[in-house]
Design a protein. Structure first.
Lengths: 133, 165
């Protein structure tokens, strides 16, 4: 009955069974209107476009963030060093910090030693001069 | 292919393709879904359909691939349910029960597709090879084995139906 060699026979009972089965499914199937197919296709197209646009935005934003991060890693300019105080602290003076950095040029210092008749001023050049009373 | 041509093609091919996919898949609702989905994809590729010159074969192939993807997804989902300890779904015989469809369900998917393309869509071995991407010898093997397997499965039913034969 089902010899593989007679597969091309149009009167093949197996072929007829296939056609009957397909016809039964075809008869019970109900096709949606083509307008719904078109609407679904347009919606899918809009979704694809939106996803592509979102992906492009993400790529651009990511590239921008990466570029900013790379640029911020460049070496920062070195701050000029502060000139050291010309008065070297004596080995015994360990508690008082140098005053040259906090004293405005040309102004008398406030912490002059008591009893010292002379006033000490700091010159713009950083030199300390003592003027007679 | 213009919009009007696509609509005409849909009107005259959708029922036939649904019947073909029904035989291939063994499930009418599944066949309707994948055919509809394939037409949705085909709408966006109307020019490609026109260029290939075989829009029906394109829709059929896409529908089949969609069905295979769904099988794989369902199998993964089923595996996940099994791992979770949920009871497996029990499917009873559906109203679309047909002897041949039931017999075809026991065949491997690719064999079922090949046999259906040959016996229902009247495609030659070369045409089946072109549509499925298999070699001609593989198609022939599927046809022979499928026919023998169907003979084994259909013969007892025929004997039961016609005891005097």
């Amino acid at each position: 009955m089902l010899d593989p060699h007679d597969a091309q026979d149009p009167q093949d009972p197996l072929r007829e069974m296939f056609r009957q089965a397909a016809a039964s499914g075809q008869a019970r199937a109900h096709a949606v209107p083509v307008a719904r197919i078109a609407e679904r296709a347009r919606r899918a197209h809009r979704r694809r476009v939106a996803v592509a646009a979102g992906a492009a935005c993400l790529v651009l934003a990511g590239g921008g963030v990466t570029a900013a991060a790379l640029l911020s890693d460049a070496p920062t300019p070195v701050v000029p060093a502060v000139s050291p105080s010309p008065v070297a602290p004596s080995p015994g003076e360990t508690t008082s910090p140098p005053l040259s950095s906090s004293t405005a040029p040309g102004t008398p210092t406030q912490d002059a030693p008591a009893g010292d008749p002379s006033a000490t001023t700091t010159q713009p050049s950083g030199r300390v001069t003592t003027s007679p009373p | 292919m213009t919009v009007e041509e696509f609509e005409a093609f849909y009107e005259q091919a959708v029922a036939r393709l649904t019947g073909q996919l029904y035989v291939m898949l063994g499930d009418l609702h599944e066949a309707q879904d994948v055919v509809q989905e394939a037409f949705v994809k085909g709408w966006s590729r109307r020019r490609q359909l026109d260029r290939d010159g075989q829009p029906e074969a394109w829709i059929r192939t896409v529908a089949w691939r969609l069905a295979v993807s769904r099988w794989r997804f369902r199998r993964r989902t089923s595996d996940a349910w099994d791992r979770a300890g949920a009871p497996p779904p029990v499917e009873g015989p559906g109203p679309e029960y047909v002897v041949l469809i039931d017999a075809l369900r026991d065949l491997p998917a690719q064999q079922r597709r090949t046999v259906t393309l040959h016996y229902l869509c009247d495609l030659s071995v070369e045409q089946i090879a072109g549509e499925t991407g298999q070699s001609a010898s593989t198609v022939k093997t599927h046809l022979v084995r499928g026919r023998v397997a169907l003979a084994d499965r259909l013969q007892p039913r025929n004997v039961e139906e016609d005891p005097g034969a």
